[in-house]
Design a protein around this ligand. Structure first.
Ligand SMILES: [Zn+2]
Length: 452
């Protein structure tokens, strides 16, 4: 149940406006800004080699919608994760720059692993303890966010009329598979992005969302931007210190070259349990192969696109997720691990867990925001939501074209469905910081914004 205050906040944030003669005209501004980390910056929060070289630059790509109440923004970032205070910093800085509220800025990370994780509180905890471990460089974070906010502000002057939304989808062949597969009828969860074991690659694909979805935004006959979304961890190989937007960035770049006048964006869908593992043994040449398949999907979705007159309204539901209660996840246990963890990364994991716990204790809910374009919706889910949530969102609105991005607020880590807890005896990866029972909360929040 929403408290009365929350209900009022949801109502206040819900301001439907239809483009038409009597209404203010909708406009769209777009921007692109580089957010590549410096050499030496940790990748994946210190879990793998830091940046030794830049294979390709990392970007933040933004869309700003004007004319439907206060501005609304979608910002897709080629970082691994943006968490807790860092997530608020991104949203608040952009919101201030374009004159809107934090809740109306939908930031997602694309989750490439050879890329930064940003978590202000966790990094400060490591520094307070003089731990010698590092998750991120706070000075770089500030610089990157300042640059993005400026790009967003500068883009406002370039806004163009927005008259139509285009919707198109296509199956992507041989990219995504589920981490979970059955062997002799028993479930296993160990199919990772690069799977060297042939027998694991040979197992069934498992639950995925086979469709890449493309939302396009038009000024009459001119396509201003295309936002693509697909559910998979976006890595071919990683951990060698080569900063990269990986195969999804490569595919996006190819689309951008094909349609230079149209801004191309990519948002990873709910991909907590989907990876390229079935189709990828980790060989370096697979990056280009997977990029080619993604690009085929993007192109086919574009070719299947149908345009419709656009409407725009916004809804957001506050969602409280509980911190994980399993053994090893109490504040005392995490503090002990922060102080005496055997590897630097143990300390990082403890700091990330404590950061999320503090956020829960502070009572700040996770926002579940949605932009409603009439014939299509763009829904942003937090962290490493399992793909089943993306499929459930689409099932909630079978009449409509529901595009789902994952990796909004990344504080929770993996957000599994209940079956995963049961099948793993309550013992999931230590990258999961939420309690059992999150599935019901996720479903309720999705229903609230999708059904209204
Ligand atoms: Zn992940």
């Amino acid at each position: 149940m929403l408290t009365r205050r929350e209900a009022l906040a949801v109502a206040a944030a819900t301001l439907p406006l239809v483009a038409g003669a009597a209404e203010p005209e909708l406009k769209l501004a777009t921007f692109e800004v580089e957010v590549t980390p410096p050499i030496g910056h940790p990748c994946m929060g210190g879990g793998i080699a830091p940046v030794k070289e830049i294979i390709d630059p990392l970007y933040a790509h933004g869309l700003i919608f004007l004319g439907a109440g206060q501005p609304l923004a979608i910002v897709c970032v080629d970082w691994c994760e943006i968490r807790n205070g860092a997530y608020d910093l991104w949203r608040e800085s952009i919101a201030k720059a374009i004159g809107t509220m934090r809740e109306r800025v939908l930031v997602n990370a694309n989750h490439q692993h050879d890329a930064p994780i940003a978590d202000v509180e966790a990094q400060k905890l490591l520094e307070e303890q003089k731990s010698g471990a590092a998750i991120c460089d706070l000075a770089f974070l500030d610089k990157a966010v300042t640059r993005v906010a400026k790009a967003a502000k500068d883009a406002l002057a370039t806004a163009q009329p927005l008259t139509h939304v285009g919707i198109g989808q296509a199956k992507v062949e041989k990219v995504a598979s589920n981490r979970r597969y059955l062997s002799d009828g028993k479930p296993f969860y160990n199919r990772m992005s690069a799977t060297r074991d042939e027998t694991i690659r040979a197992a069934e694909e498992g639950t995925i969302d086979p469709y890449l979805k493309a939302l396009s935004f038009w000024n009459g006959d001119k396509a201003l931007a295309v936002l693509h979304s697909y559910s998979t961890h976006p890595m071919s190989y990683y951990g060698r210190g080569g900063a990269t937007a990986d195969f999804v960035g490569m595919a996006r770049r190819h689309r951008q070259a094909a349609l230079p006048g149209t801004r191309m964006l990519y948002a990873s869908g709910c991909s907590g349990n989907t990876t390229a593992g079935k189709y990828n043994n980790g060989a370096t040449e697979n990056r280009a192969v997977l990029a080619g398949r993604m690009h085929e999907g993007m192109k086919a979705a574009w070719e299947a696109t149908k345009k419709h007159p656009i409407q725009l309204s916004f809804r957001s539901a506050p969602m409280a997720l509980e911190p994980r209660k399993s053994k090893g996840f109490s504040t005392d246990e995490l503090m002990a691990r922060l102080k005496t963890g055997p590897r630097p990364f143990d300390k990082c994991l403890a700091a990330l867990g404590l950061s999320w716990k503090r956020r829960c204790e502070a009572g700040q809910p996770v926002d579940v925001p949605l932009l409603d374009f009439g014939v299509a919706q763009y829904l942003l889910m937090p962290a490493e939501s399992y793909v089943e949530f993306q499929l459930a969102a689409q099932e909630l609105r079978p009449d409509s074209f529901v595009v789902v991005a994952g990796y909004g607020e990344c504080g929770p880590g993996y957000i599994p469905i209940e079956r995963a807890w049961k099948e793993n005896d309550g013992n999931l990866s230590d990258w999961c910081w939420v309690a059992e029972g999150s599935e019901a909360r996720m479903r309720a929040a999705m229903a609230k914004v999708l059904k209204s």
